[in-house]
Write a protein that binds this ligand. Sequence first.
Ligand SMILES: Cc1ncc(C[n+]2csc(CCOP(=O)(O)OP(=O)(O)O)c2C)c(N)n1
Ligand SMILES: [Mg+2]
Length: 555
Amino acid sequence: MRRNGGQLLVESLVALGATKGFGVPGESYLAVLDALHDTAGRLDFVLCRNEGGAAFMAAAWGKLTRSPGLCFVTRGPGVTNASIGIHTAMQDSAPMIVFVGQVGTDMRGREAFQEIDYRAVFGTMAKWAVEIDDVNRIPEILARAWTTALTGRPGPVVIALPEDMLTTLTETAPLTAPARITEPAPAPAAMAEARAMLAAATRPLILMGGCNWTPEGQAALQAFAEASDIPVVAAFRYQDQFDNFSPCYAGEAGVGMPPHVKALIRDADTILAVNVRFGEMTTDGYTLLDVPVPVQKLIHVHGSDREIGKIYQPTLGIQAGQNAFAAALSPVTGDWAAWRKGARASWMASLEAPAQPSPVDMVAVTAHLRDVLPEDAILTNGAGNFTVWPNKFFAYGPQARLLAPQSGAMGYGLPAAIAAKVAHPGRTVVCFAGDGDFQMNCQELGTAMQAGAQPIVLILNNGIYGTIRAHQERNYPARVSGTVLLNPDFTAIARAYGFHAERVERTEDFAAAFARALASGTGAVLDLVISPEALTPRQTLTQMRDAALAAKETA
Ligand SMILES: Cc1ncc(C[n+]2csc(CCOP(=O)(O)OP(=O)(O)O)c2C)c(N)n1
Ligand SMILES: [Mg+2]
């Protein structure tokens, strides 16, 4: 049977198991759009408003589903818009494939209209960037992209599709199924050594994170931690990967790291790091672990040889998939019960904070959400100080999920929430957004409306780019520059897109407003009035400024 390149690509994607793709159309890949006409109901094209939103949706899909998130965009301006999601998927180690239209091969290399050299531009931003020149090689290259996105350290792949290649007819058969690839399992000798190191420890710690955990792998790691009574810290924005209700869970090593988590990492004598990509967030700017040889004994387990030894020379490196590794663990015993208990108590205490100087008090709001959200709720956020609430004041059980970018990209939360709703229409999805953060991608409310994938959005509206204002007050106190926002009526915008919308001006009104949001069936936007003073849970903006002014005077 003869098909064109677009049909060969789309039929192969269906065979690989793809069910949704997020994109913005372009004349550069009409043959793909045409092939998608025939796969509605099997592989659906979710029409987005900006490629930045589409790419964030695909990146979030990859993180949520353990299958590559698919993004379809046009050349030049389309893919440059999408680059923020490619960068985010890379930093998150999330599986993703971006399909980009490319100018025809007869035009290439002349700086044709909207031409980009994808290998050069995305060669360092993505895990792999490739162009398919020969229509007959679509199945081969697509299969490699799928495997590349998913295995080792997962990540984004960019595939450029020249226009004439897509319209060329071919007899080549599409793929029929994904490759079955097992995770690399740890060698028994390495497991024995790891066990001996842990058994010899006095203050052992497990650091875990990353994508592609299976429920079995998570349960195995939890069973090991609990049977061995070892505290567990989650890497930056991966706290949903370990049951926070386990007596071993002790907090997140992320931005704004709580003092007790810093102390745990610094004072541990043996750290078992599983599926963790080390970075400054996880190490408090490389201060908790010395580069390149930490004082702590380090067992680093990762599926990719390129992560082990990248920054830290481990005492023992084990190249293995995290689920296979977890399955091979057997409990150790030691005299560290007080260490684990102390870690857990500190985390529990960190969920408390003083009443906030704000019309809507987020301490009360998050406490309420912990009570009322279903166990399988999905929370999302972009970047800003507001992220402290979903990141530090929520407890993620085994079914709850957090979609939050390790890249610190503003604007991720809303598209991620839409992708989550597309993946799981029946689950409650709550996006936390700052007023600045929300306006990075609020046009995607249109995508949500059209796809029938409407989450609940909480806008923490403080009238400022709070994070930057905080840095400003610390470094240049009382000199506010470029950080004050004049905001629109967010509820009017939300209503225009068919969402239920309310402005919440007092803490005591939140519970009822949230109940109406849950019941609305249309998705909802709650515009929460937050004082700029309540920028961090334990220090006001004025305290920040005063401390910096006082430090300047004594300097
Ligand atoms: C795409 C992008 N642009 C700029 C930044 C820098 N940045 C980080 S946080 C922030 C302010 C966030 O403001 P808002 O969403 O209102 O949250 P708040 O800090 O006020 O809670 C900015 C500008 C970023 N991280 N990402
Ligand atoms: Mg703000």
